[in-house]
Design a binder for this molecule. Structure first.
Ligand code: FES
Ligand code: FES
Length: 151
């Protein structure tokens, strides 16, 4: 029975180790802020952090998580996360919102490792996060804004 630590809380999950992490988060743990978009690692809606690194939860087997700390949009905290969330609000990034949990998780991952990303860095890091509403320009501006506020 795989054990998962999600947002700092340990859970014994009675499920097949092959079950995707996204299913466990949404259907077993009610962490529905993480979205299902494609199920094949093509949209980024399901992005969560494993030990701080963005991963696609739809393509992550729970049996492969091991002792890594899982963080979802419900559990993000700290200086970078607060700066990203504030920048998102300030620039009114969100349109329908469906992709935005994943966008924010990827943005936090980027800024945690690169305090002053260029446009190319942002485009590279955010490339796998699709937004059907086309909020890409605001996302890019909000990441720069968050970087400025953290400097
Ligand atoms: S649902 Fe995981 S990448 Fe689309
Ligand atoms: S805000 Fe609607 S899909 Fe991105």
């Amino acid at each position: 029975m795989p054990n998962l630590t999600v947002n700092g809380v340990a859970h014994a999950i009675d499920a097949d180790p092959d079950m995707p992490l996204l299913w466990v988060l949404r259907d077993r743990l009610d962490a529905t802020g993480t979205k299902y978009g494609c199920g094949i690692a093509q949209c980024g809606a399901c992005t969560v952090h494993l030990d701080g690194q963005p991963v696609r939860a739809c393509q992550t087997r729970i049996g492969d998580v091991g002792t890594a700390q899982v963080t979802t949009i419900e559990g993000v905290s700290g200086r970078v996360a607060e700066a990203v969330q504030a920048a998102w609000r300030k620039l009114d990034v969100v349109q329908c919102g469906y992709c935005q949990s994943g966008q924010i998780m990827s943005a936090i991952g980027l800024l945690s490792g690169n305090a002053k990303p260029t446009d190319a860095d942002i485009d590279g890091a955010m490339d796998g996060n699709i937004c059907r509403c086309g909020t890409y320009q605001r996302i890019r501006a909000a990441i720069h804004e968050a970087a400025r506020s953290l400097a």
